[in-house]
Design a protein around this ligand. Sequence first.
Ligand code: PRX
Length: 689
Amino acid sequence: MCATMGSARGFMKISSAFLTSKSQLPKPRRHQMDTLRNARAVSSTPFPEFADMPGIKSHEDLRKFSLEQPDLFWGKLAESRLVWQQSFDKVSDCDMANGYIRWFLNGKINASVNCVDRHLKDRGDQVALIWDKDEPGTEEFYTYRQLHTMVNKMANVFKQHGVKKGDRIAIYLPQSPMAVAAMLACSRIGALHTVVFAGFSAEALAGRVIDAQAETIITADQGVRGGKFIELKKTVDQAVEKCSCVKRVFVYQRTGGDVTMGKLDIPLDKEMSAASEECEPVMMDSADTLFLLYTSGSTGKPKGVSHSHGGYLTYTSVTFKHVFDYKDGDIFGCMADIGWITGHSYVVYGPLSNGATTLLFESTPVYPDPGRYWETVQRLKLDHIYLSPTALRSLLKSGDTWVQKYDRSSLRTLGCVGEPLNTEAWEWYYNVVGKKRCDIIDTWWQTETGGICISPRPSDPGAEIKPAMPMRPFFGIDLALVNEKGQVDEGDDVRGALCIKKPWPGLATTIYGDHQRFIDTYFKPYPGMYFTGDGAHRKNTYYQITGRMDDVLNVTGHRLGTAEIEDVLDDHPATAETAVVGFPHDIKGEGVYAYIVLKDGISTPFATLDVEMKALVKNRIASYAVPDVFQYTPSLPRTRSGKIMRRILRKVAANDTDQLGDISTLADPDIVKVIIKHSKKAKKACDKK
Ligand code: PRX
C-alpha cells in the first residue's frame, strides 16, 4: 500500500509537531548569544585536574606526564569531564599487536546523557544548535532543552518500532537538528548509528547498509544544498531494493516535497509528535560501540570504523576544549557535514559534551556567493571556524573582497582539517580572513583516531605557530616516524611513516565485522604501533604531514581508495583494465587521474566514454569521486611479475617525468613513452570540459 506524504503546508504542521510542548519552551533568540558572550568566563587554567600535582608546572611537564602515566592522565580526565552512571575500575586494557583496545573498563555511560541531559540544569535554555539553513538569514536555534525533547521523542519512536540495543541504524539525512537528534537517540537506546553522507549514491548507501546489516534507515524527503534539492528519499528507495536486511525507513520532512510512502516507510515527524518526552537512557558499557563510520581504505570495500562510548567521548570532549581553547559561551562553527568524522567529533559529540553552542551548516561555501562563510561569521558572530583547505583554496581564488565585505571581529580561532594546508592558503587565512589576529589551527587526525592528534596549540596560548603544519602532538599522543628499514627514527629533520606508539582513548576499536582487517591495516605494518597510512616530516620537533603512503587518495579532504574507483570503472563494458592515481590539484588538493585500457574492437569515441564513465562513478560512489582526467592507453606499465608500477603513473599524472627512476624491471619499458606522449592530450581534453 502506498500513500503520498507531504505538501508545503503539511510540512509546516508536521515539522513543528515533534515538539508538543514547543510553545511552552523558551524560544531561543539571537540575543541569547550576546548574553552568553557577555557572560563568557575568563579563560580557565588548562587541565585544572592536574593543577595541584607536584612537578607539573608547564605544558611540557604535563605532556611528559601524559606519556609516562597515560592511565593516570586519561583516567582523571574521563572522570572529571564526563558523567558516568557507574565509575570505571580500570583505565585501559590495550594490546596493539592484536588490535585489542579497551578504555575505562566496567564503566557505565551513555553518550546522549553526556551531550544533553547533564546540561539541562545549568544551561537548559542555552542554545545548543544553530541550524544555519541553506538560505542565508533563515537560521533556527535549538536549546539544550529542545534538543533533549527531540532526542527522547525520537528514541521512543525507535523503540516503539522494535529497534533494540545493539541494532545498527543508517542515518542518511541532511545537516539538520533532526540528524543530530537521530545520532543521540540511537545512543540513548544503545543502537549503533552509521551516518552515510547524504551525497553518496544509492549503491554506496546500500553497500554500507548491507555491511552493517542495518534494519533501520532514517532519511528525509529531500535535502537542500546550494539552492538545489537533493532527492534523498528516492535514493533510499533505490538502495532499499538491494538490501533485504532493511525492515523500516523513517522519513523526516525537511522540505515538504512529495514522496511516495511505501510499506516500510514511517513518517518520523508525525510519530514524534505523539511520542513521550521521556525516554530512560540505556546504560552502555564504556567499551560498547557508539557508532560505525564507513571510510575508504586501500581495497575496493569501505570499512566500518567503530568507536566506543567511553573512549571516544572522552577524547573528543578533551580535544574540543583544548585544541580550540573553547571558552564557555563561544559559538563554534565547524562547517563539516555530519556524514564525515569531523562532523561527528566537532559538530556533535565534542561540542555538546562540553555544553557548547555548535553550528549546523547546511549550505556550501559558495552559496549564494563566495562570501557565504564570512557572512555567516558576521550574522551569527562565530568565535571559531573550522573548515577544509579545499574550501579555503576555492574562496582564496574568488578574491579578498568577499571576505572584507563582512565583519569577522568575533573570530578567535581559524581551524582547518582534512588535507595539507599549503603555505599560500595559510597566509591568506591568517592575513586576510583573520587580519593577523587569530590563531590558525591546522589539525591532523583521521576517522580512526576519533579526534585531533596533532595541532599547533593544545591549550598553550603562548606557543609559537608556524605556517602550514599541524606541528605538535596532543597530550598522550606518542608519535613516531619509522624509516624504510622499519626502525623508529629519533632524529631531527627526518621523514618516515607516521605511527603512534601508545593507545589513546579516541582510537577506533575495530572494523565492523572484520577485526582481522583492523589488525592487518593498522597494527601489522609496524608491530606494536598504530600505523596512520600517512608519511610525515619532523623538524625542530614539529610535524608536517607529507601525504598518504598507501593507495588512498585525499580529494577535497575526503578519502577515496583508488581500488574503489577502479572497481567501478572496470565494470564499464568497454574497459579491459584500469589504474587510478592521484595528482596535485590546485583547489581539491588531489585530483583523480584514471588510466583506461579498452577491450579490443571498441570504437566508441573517447568523449562519449568519458561521459559514461563519469556517470558510472557518480552513480556508484559520489560526485567527488569522478575522475578529473581519463587517459586511454594501449596497456599499463607492469613489472615482469605483473605488478602495475604506479609510481610511473603518478609521475606522469603529475607532469613530473624528468626523473622516472629505474624502469628496467618493466616487462615493456616502451609503454612509458607512449603514456607520456598521450598524457598531454588527455589533460588538455579534460581541461576543455
Ligand atoms: O592523509 C591525512 C589527511 O586526511 C586523512 C584522514 O582522512 P579522514 O579519515 O577522512 O579524516 C579527515 C578528517 C579528520 C589523513 O590520513 N589529513 C587530515 N588532516 C590533515 C591531513 N593531511 C594533512 N594535514 C592535515 N591537517
